[in-house]
Design a protein around this ligand. Structure first.
Ligand code: AKB
Length: 317
C-alpha cells in the first residue's frame, strides 16, 4: 500500500484506521473520504487529505483515484445490520452498488481493494459454535445478504480480472474514538459509555447471547496485516474469519464490575436486534487467518475492559 483511499472514513473503523495509516504510510499518502462532512469529524477531515466520495457514484471514485494516484482502496462505506433492516434498499445500494463501483474502477486501473465482510455473512443454518472458515452461508438480514454477496463478488473480480481483493469477516468492534452506527453488536460499546456516565446500562441484547467481538487496535492490525500479506500464501482472500473473544452481555457486565463495583445492568430486549444476534454465530474458528497471514489478536475481554475504561474516563471527563 502506497497511496490509500479510505471510503466511509468517518465511521467507527475509519476514524481510527485513517489516523493509524497516516502515521505509518505518511500523511500525504492517505486520502480519507465520505459522502458528507460529518459534524464531530473535523479533526480527521482537517488533519490530512479529505475528499467527498459517494460510493454509489462511480465517476466520483474514478476521479479521486486518478487525482491522487491511488493504488489501494479500503472500502468502509456500509450500512450496518440494524439500520439495514429498517432500510434494505439503501443497504443494497450502498453496500453492493458501492462495492461494485469500486471493483469496476479497480478492474480498469489495477488498484487493490480491501472490503470488510462480517459475522453477518452467516445465518441460522450455519454451525453456531467454532464456525468454520468454509461453511453454510444463508444470512437472513439484508446486511448479511450484501456481505456474503460482496465476498463472492470480490472472489469473482480476483478470479476473472486478477484484481487484488482481500477482506476479513469482522465481529462486533469495540472502540472509544467514534461510536458504531446502527449495528447489532453496538451494545458492547454502549455499555462502557453508560458504565462511566450513568453507572448502569440497559441491554437490548438478551442474557446468554454469545457473539464474537474484537477491540479496535486488533481490527486495525487485521486490516493492515492482511493488506500487506504475501499474496502467494492467501487461499481465502476475501473472507477470513477473525475473532478475538466471544461473550454474552452478562460477561462484559461482570468484567466492568471488577473496576466499577456499583455498576448494574438490566435488560430491555429489542426483538429485531435480538433476532439478528440469534441468527449469527456464537464463536468463529479463525485458524485460516492465523495460518495464512499470521492473525494473532492482542486483546481479550479483560485487557480490553481495562483499556476501554481508562480511555473513556479521560474522554468523557
Ligand atoms: C453489526 O452489528 O451490524 C456490525 C457487524 C457485526 O458487522 N457490528
Amino acid at each position: 500500500m502506497k497511496k490509500i483511499l479510505v471510503t466511509g472514513a468517518l465511521g467507527q473503523i475509519g476514524t481510527e484506521l485513517v489516523m493509524y495509516l497516516r502515521k505509518h504510510y505518511g500523511e500525504d499518502n492517505v486520502i480519507a473520504s465520505s459522502r458528507s462532512r460529518k459534524a464531530g469529524a473535523e479533526k480527521l477531515i482537517e488533519s490530512g487529505k479529505f475528499e467527498l466520495v459517494d460510493v454509489t457514484n462511480a465517476q466520483q471514485i474514478a476521479d479521486v483515484v486518478k487525482k491522487h494516484n491511488v493504488d489501494t482502496v479500503i472500502n468502509l462505506a456500509a450500512v450496518l445490520s440494524a439500520v439495514g433492516e429498517k432500510n434494505p434498499t439503501l443497504t443494497w445500494e450502498i453496500n453492493m452498488g458501492g462495492l461494485f463501483n469500486i471493483l469496476e474502477v479497480a478492474r480498469e486501473t489495477g488498484i487493490s481493494v480491501f472490503t470488510p465482510s462480517s459475522i453477518a455473512a452467516f445465518g441460522p443454518s450455519t454451525p453456531a459454535d467454532n464456525t468454520p472458515q468454509d461453511t453454510i452461508q444463508r444470512p437472513t438480514t439484508m446486511y448479511g445478504v450484501t456481505k456474503v454477496s460482496g465476498e463472492l463478488l470480490c472472489d469473482y473480480y480476483f478470479q476473472k480480472y486478477g484484481v487484488d481483493t482481500r477482506g476479513v469477516r469482522f465481529p462486533g468492534l469495540i472502540s472509544y474514538e467514534a461510536l458504531p452506527g446502527g449495528g447489532t453488536t453496538d451494545y458492547a460499546v454502549h455499555i462502557y459509555y453508560d458504565a462511566i456516565e450513568k453507572g448502569k446500562y440497559t441491554s437490548f441484547i438478551a442474557e446468554g447471547t454469545y457473539m464474537d467481538m474484537m477491540y479496535m487496535p486488533d481490527a486495525i492490525d487485521a486490516i493492515v496485516q492482511l493488506a500487506e500479506a504475501d499474496p502467494s500464501k492467501l487461499v481465502h482472500r476475501n473472507a477470513f474469519n477473525v475473532s478475538a473473544m466471544s461473550f454474552a452481555p452478562e460477561h462484559v457486565c461482570a468484567e466492568i464490575q471488577k473496576h466499577i463495583p456499583n455498576f448494574v445492568m438490566d435488560y430491555d430486549v429489542d426483538p429485531i436486534r435480538q433476532s439478528i444476534a440469534d441468527s449469527w454465530p456464537n464463536s468463529l474458528d479463525d485458524s485460516a487467518a492465523r495460518e495464512e497471514w499470521g492473525w494473532n489478536p492482542k486483546y481479550n475481554l479483560s485487557s480490553m475492559t481495562v483499556d476501554m475504561l481508562e480511555k473513556l474516563k479521560i474522554k468523557l471527563g
